[in-house]
Ligand binder design. Structure first.
Ligand code: NFE
Ligand code: MG
Length: 563
């Protein structure tokens, strides 16, 4: 008799994600459903607004990758108006982008995903002297892992436990058999978890130097970047560089080392060795380093065929709503996409707890649409970015990937796993941090002969415009699509990374990356589905982004049932 496991909400992410799986008598997952239980309507809110406000409104799609939407929306308008912005503005946008990545990926690995890997209770029983010694196995220059520091970490966390107010350490599956770190390794990672709280603040300050504030920076406008008098002063530029050094140091000495440690410790854990079952990948050009030179290049891999990377064709992107709570007759290209809500609710189903509302897998069951490329589901994100660039022979990426494989002793196939997805995000952070120094130098050089950062946009209200922009947001490829008529937004669609990954089954019965990643996984204990959480967290879910005004009346929030 198959049993249904419901995880709702999945926490330590932005927004509300519900995952339901069905397991057979051997606790093997046979079916999976991914659902966002929040409805949002920013694409609808944009209609009739001036295109000049698009960036500021779309950045409210999310509280995490605010800058990604701000920039993408602003660039979609610029594309529609046929504008080319000043080079300095391009470099400044690239530097803000790098700063966002350095912040976002650190926060994800340590504070959103880390406790899927690190057993905090086990860390409290570690020997700090041994842990200090062990940390040298994973890097020549460990950080925050001296014996005294590690002892202080234990005391700090023990004091927290004794208060009974566990804060971020409450409600986890401590002691779960799929945790694989030794007590000492857990302590090393826990120390980095705490250190990362300080470092992420510095990374956010980096973004604020060029953005005015973070989250929700304010300096981008259609036509470039403004408010530059302060941000381009030598003192502020130097400040960015100093903060960059602190954050990059942590990325290379802690984040990188912890992934090498995880590769060693979790080498036989099934949830870490699986988790990549949609083997098509997509990414776009991003991280401008110098004249027309991007750190990462665009491309598409279909069905695991790394020998044939094709160029992205924007016409091949469509969104399907067969199983999403919207109305549409067929899959739609985003230029003509609609957002018409059609909520059908949950279905009462017998569970071991009796009848419960569950997702209607046969009908509509999520507020996330299902983006498709040539009718196929595709994974986006750091893993996709690295795979596409590795397959294209991008030398920076080839060196970085081969270097990590050599250090961990893992085969290339290890990339197609949860570990690979998590390691790819780390490598991407290292490379972005390094590349941003090239961008910084290019900006300084260009400023010597050219100070412009903005050109004024012009809109002819008698003309119709259409345009789009594609960027790499931290969770993967983001595209915004706009039609402008009578000087106002006529139609707007955002096709968002988490939408690509978390979308429900499409009209052809094909699952998206989240759902597919869970099929075939054996759960050690269905009442403690840590493996499901570990795999899903490795995508870095952001449901706020993926469904773009809350409807409190129809929601069942905060329910957590396992049967
Ligand atoms: Ni809300 Fe986002 C990123 C975008 S989500 S975090 O990265 O765009 O998919
Ligand atoms: Mg959308």
């Amino acid at each position: 008799m198959n049993k249904r496991v419901v995880i709702d909400p999945i926490t330590r992410i932005e927004g509300h994600l519900r995952i339901e799986v069905e397991v057979d008598e051997n606790n093997v997952i046979t079916k999976a459903w991914s659902s966002s239980t929040l409805w949002r309507g920013i694409e609808v809110i944009l209609k009739g607004r001036t295109p000049m406000d698009v960036g500021l409104i779309v950045q409210r799609i999310c509280g995490v990758c605010t800058y990604s939407h701000y920039r993408c929306g602003t660039e979609a308008v610029e594309n529609a108006l046929g504008m080319t912005i000043p080079v300095n503005a391009k470099y400044l946008r690239s530097l803000m982008q790098s700063s966002l990545y350095m912040h976002d990926h650190i926060v994800h690995f340590y504070h959103l995903h880390g406790l899927d890997w690190v057993d905090v209770v086990s860390a409290l029983g570690a020997d700090p002297a041994k842990a200090a010694q062990d940390s040298l196995k994973y890097t020549d220059k460990p950080i925050a892992t001296g014996e005294g520091e590690l002892r202080a970490v234990q005391e700090r966390v023990k004091a927290l436990v004794e208060t009974g107010k566990l804060g971020p350490f409450a409600n986890a599956y401590w002691g779960n058999g799929t945790y694989r770190f030794t007590p000492e390794q857990n302590l090393i990672a826990l120390s980095h978890y705490l250190k990362a709280l300080e470092v992420q603040r510095v990374a956010a300050e980096m973004l604020a130097i060029f953005g005015g504030k973070s989250p929700h920076p304010q300096s981008l406008v259609v036509g470039g970047v403004t408010s530059v008098r302060d941000m381009l002063s030598p003192a502020r530029l130097q400040e960015w560089k100093q903060k960059h050094a602190i954050v990059q140091d942590f990325i290379e000495r802690a984040y990188q080392a912890d992934i090498v440690m995880a590769a060693e410790a979790f080498g036989t854990e099934a949830s870490v060795l699986g988790g990549v079952n949609v083997k098509s990948f997509l990414c776009t050009n991003d991280f401008l380093m110098g004249d027309g030179q991007y750190l990462f290049e665009q491309g598409v891999i279909m069905h695991g065929d790394l020998a044939n990377v094709t160029d992205i064709n924007p016409d091949f992107i469509k969104e399907d709503v067969t199983h999403a709570w919207y109305q549409a007759d067929s899959a739609q290209h985003p230029y003509d996409g609609t957002t018409v809500p059609d909520y059908t609710g949950f279905v009462e189903r017998e569970t071991v707890y009796g009848k419960l509302p569950t997702l209607d897998g046969d009908g509509k069951y999520s507020w996330v649409k299902s983006p498709r490329y040539q009718d196929e589901p595709v994974e986006v994100g750091p893993l996709s970015c690295l795979l596409v660039n590795y397959a294209k022979g991008n030398p920076i990426v080839v060196d970085a990937v081969n270097g990590l494989l050599a250090r961990t002793g893992l085969p290339i196939e290890a990339l197609f796993t949860t570990l690979g997805r998590t390691a790819a995000r780390m490598l991407q952070t290292v490379l972005v941090g390094q590349a941003s120094l090239h961008t910084f130098d290019a900006l300084i050089t260009n400023l010597m002969s050219d100070e412009s950062t903005f050109i004024a946009p012009e809109i002819d209200s008698n003309k119709e415009y259409v345009g789009h922009a594609m960027n790499e947001a931290p969770r993967g490829m983001l595209s915004h699509w706009i039609r402008i008529k009578n000087g106002k937004v006529e139609n707007y669609q955002a096709v968002v990374p988490t939408t690509w990954n978390a979308g429900p089954v499409d009209a052809n019965g094909k699952m998206g990356p989240y759902e597919a990643s869970l099929i075939g996984l054996t759960l050690e204990d269905p009442t403690k589905p840590l493996e499901v959480i570990r795999i899903i967290h490795s995508f870095d879910p952001c449901m706020a982004c993926s469904v773009h005004v809350m409807d409190y009346k129809k929601q069942t929030l905060g329910q957590f049932k396992i049967d």
